[in-house]
Design a protein around this ligand. Structure first.
Ligand SMILES: [Zn+2]
Ligand SMILES: [Zn+2]
Length: 336
């Protein structure tokens, strides 16, 4: 089969022919229908830290169809359509019991979705409802990140909410805020590039960072935000969220920032701020997203602005890194 392989920082991905995957115990092989690209893929192929070893396969946001079933698999069968969590825990420890498998000490990574086929564990698989397409199913993983963040913030319809960074994670947050019926949602961005997309996904105001941005946000929301989502993942944004949030407000930090963040604790303390970091999702969030897509696939689909085949993928991936493709998500269709 063909797969996208990471070679080295600064070198485009290579499309190579590699052995077809075989299912191990408790595993299935999935024929990939779509695989999304996100900021984590960019980080892990850059020199920012958390860099993948050379030869790694990319892709952790995918949906596909089961084409081979390993020993001990009970719930899945050939032809099942699924989305899969990219990390699967032991299933027995206290962290696995919280549903957040990535906290498990023995977790195993299953990615490799940027390929024609990949292998995954039954434990990480969520079956797609019959009415959800494979293309939409690939949105479950990124939507689940937003799902948990919004769940932790528990916004009410009259909450004043700010989302910093309308990239893939920020868009997923907007999707869930809109579903929660939140009426006042401002988005803060470094440029106007994603304005139309953020508004389509549910933002009621779009503010470009700069002098006067705080006043603009307050005017749009009718006061300083009760809740700020940090979805930009660059240094300085948590500090900015502390500045912008109202006293006793909440900050949910979702951005994968790999550089030091210069916050002044006294500023946060003087406002009695509740700052919460949030690592991906629970298994239940993943399943909630599958159900949400049954009702709301069209709204979620707006996140996708570019779909390419494997041959075009390495170039599209670098264009995505440079911000030179569509404002939303880049998707791979390995058979397209
Ligand atoms: Zn991702
Ligand atoms: Zn565990």
């Amino acid at each position: 089969m063909r797969a996208a392989i990471f070679k080295a920082v600064g070198v485009p991905l290579a499309i190579e022919t590699v052995p077809d995957p075989e299912p191990g115990e408790g595993e299935v092989v999935v024929r990939i229908a779509r695989c999304g690209v996100c900021g984590t893929d960019l980080h892990s192929t850059s020199a920012h830290g958390y860099t993948l070893p050379a030869g790694s396969r990319l892709g952790h946001e995918y949906a596909g169809e089961v084409v081979a079933v390993g020993k001990g698999v009970e719930r899945l069968k050939l032809g099942d359509k699924l989305a899969a969590m990219p990390v699967v825990g032991c299933g027995r420890c206290e962290y696995c019991r919280t549903g957040i498998d990535i906290l498990c000490r023995e977790y195993k990574g299953y990615g490799g979705g940027a390929a024609e086929f990949t292998r995954t564990a039954e434990r990480g698989a969520t079956l797609l409802p019959a009415t959800v397409s494979l293309a939409d199913g690939a949105l479950i993983e990124p939507l689940a990140v937003g799902r948990r963040g919004v769940r932790l913030a528990d916004p009410q319809p009259d909450s004043r909410v700010l989302v910093i960074g309308p990239g893939p994670i920020g868009l997923a947050v907007l999707f869930w805020l809109r579903r929660a019926g939140v009426k006042r949602i401002a988005t803060l961005a470094s440029s106007k590039r994603r304005k139309a997309l953020a508004e389509t996904m549910g933002a009621t105001a779009f503010v470009v960072e700069g002098e006067g941005a705080a006043a603009e946000i307050e005017a749009a929301l009718g006061g300083p935000p009760d809740i700020v989502f940090e979805a930009a993942g660059v240094p300085g944004v948590v500090a900015r969220a502390i500045e912008l949030v109202r006293p006793q407000g909440s900050i949910i930090a979702l951005g994968f920032c790999t550089a030091p963040e210069p916050i002044v604790p006294a500023v946060a303390l003087m406002k009695d701020v509740n700052l919460r970091f949030c690592i991906i999702y629970t298994r239940e969030d993943f399943e909630d997203c599958a159900r949400a897509l049954e009702a709301d696939a069209e709204a979620a689909r707006a996140m996708v602005t570019e779909t390419v085949g494997l041959d075009a993928f390495p170039t599209a991936f670098e264009d995505f890194r440079a911000g030179a493709v569509g404002a939303g998500k880049l998707m791979l269709d390995p058979w397209g």
